[in-house]
Design a binder for this molecule. Sequence first.
Ligand code: ADP
Ligand code: MG
Length: 485
Amino acid sequence: MNPEIRDKYEVVIGLEVHAQMLTKTKAYSNDINEFGAIPNTNISVVSLGHPGTLPRMNKKTIEYAIKLGLACGCDIARDQYFARKNYFYPDLPKGYQITQDKTPICTGGAVIIKTEEGPEKSIGITRIHMEEDAGKSIHDVDVFDTLVDLNRAGVPLVEIVSEPVIRSSQEAYNYVTEIRKLVRYLEICDGNMEEGSLRCDANVSVNLKGAKEFGTKVEVKNMNSIRNVQRAIEFEIIRQIEAIENGETLTQETRSFDALKGITISMRTKEAANDYRYFPEPDLQPLFVDQKQIDAIKAEMPALPRDLFLKYTKELGLSEYDATILTDTKAIALYYEELITFTKNFKGAANLLMGDIKSYLNQQGVEIENFPIKAEKIAQLIALLDENKVSSTVASQKIFPELLKNPEKNPLQIAEELNVLQDSNEDSIKGYIQEVIDKNPSEVDRYRNGEKQLVGFFMGQLMKVSQGKADPKASNQLMREMLEN
Ligand code: ADP
Ligand code: MG
């Protein structure tokens, strides 16, 4: 699209993210909550909505929702009640979902994201509420019929609704990425978009810059990756601008993203939208949360990615790039946290973790939780480097691989066994240099007659006679001094 035309418009995006809670059982029954079980095995009369059955609140869901709310700086509601959201669909046996309507468990708060222009942007959270998932209708397995799997019916969800303050598909991408990171750190949701345990509906509208009101919003569904959220929004922005430029009026509608074609397709318009007839759920008691409960949950909160990011950049002096990689997953951050209890060389520790250790994990397809070398040994290896006892090449090519094979050994012990300890003793280096000078009289003459670039040649010879052990830092100056005399 012509950038000048696009530039006339402002983009407005608000996201609704659903996260399946990682509880053992469902939201209102003892049915098992697990992905991938044989269809219709994790069900009971409660999930099936048989008459006369009653829901019972799973306390874990409340705890998880509060955790998320606290992590986003939300207000936690004290008095809550549940509501019925009524609609008919084959994968919804009760004919309604239990949700929260007027009294969401969390309100306010924000998710802080990185942006293209500035360092950070705060995306306001309108509300986070608890609800239950519906079953799953499967349209693509049987040629003639739609199949229904009710294992998912009643799985606990939180829905996170953002304010309409996201301004580009990239910001939307960063926002969902941040939420996924957050729920994984909190261990309340596995964040797997392919399996649908994290889902995102995108509300998108455009308006001429300076307009007093937002444009007509369109809701886009069915994106199964963060990348596809971005693609769907990008498509929608251009579709909407083109429609307006062509003099068409947009209608408020729900559209579905087709990932293969990269386009959105109309599903239903606002006129055909459901009236959910919300009313208070009579079968569940109101929910009261007190400060004691909130404090207890607060006390169990893990370090959050943003806190660690700030600590690494502000206190440890790491670059934003390093801090981003180190806080990308909780497990990596925890390993780093342990590492820096054993070394004060924070940058050295970051380098080793992001370099040799990460390449090993990637190559072997291993998670850091199963990395064989203890943080303490890695810190010892960093100390050997800091004390110039080994070169960085030797550390990564000789000692690190040996440590992987024998994780119980000490790096120093390995360096000794492999005979790779660097010599920075002045007298022994002088001995090596003298040997080099004695062996290469004509080069020495040329050096003394002005060919100073020969110093590289002499350093090479020095490595040869010392079998790579002369500490280059200590040797360089000595070499020049002895050649001059
Ligand atoms: P609905 O009642 O249709 O669900 P809401 O007002 O509850 O609409 O908003 C749902 C989501 O849509 C929120 O994330 C909100 O930020 C977003 N939203 C609201 N208005 C707009 C708009 N004009 N353009 C883009 N997003 C919007
Ligand atoms: Mg909505």
